[in-house]
Design a protein around this ligand. Sequence first.
Ligand SMILES: [Zn+2]
Length: 189
Amino acid sequence: MDQQITVRVRPGEAVRFPGLCVACGRPAAERITLYKRRGQLTRRLEAPLCADCARQLARRSGQEERLLRLRWPAVVVTVIMVTALVFAALPINPWWFRLAVGLAVALAAGALVHRALSRRAEAAELPERRAVREAARIVDFTWRDMTLAFANQRVLAEVAALNADVLATEAPADETDPAEIITAEDNSV
Ligand SMILES: [Zn+2]
């Protein structure tokens, strides 16, 4: 099970990482971009990765490759065909209104095709690649903090130590400043 830490960093502020690969804990030379999307907001974070894990991350299965390559052409064909079908079949006038309805339906169908192929591509992902991708994740974020999960215990401990000044700990009650709790509650009202 992944272990999580929450750090008090706001958008644009950096989380400090050790020079260790977040996936395997060996010395890192490459980078991986962690990101989490919530609604319209996306938070990104650059984390270190070793050369081996970076290679795993770049590898795709043949099936995944095919599905990703097929994705956009399939969307284009779907949009054109559905537009043409609706335009030909709908008994409404004027023609431009028929075309607009056709396009709206076609774009929705195109989005569905894109999503279906993306999901299938994700399911065809190599397990080694998935392991690297999921070794370090942004679990959640707010405007003032970010929760990170790490599969590697040592990496987690080092990240926690490097960011000790901004670490949000729920544990030992005696270490928590009561004034801080009150402030946090006040802010949430
Ligand atoms: Zn590695």
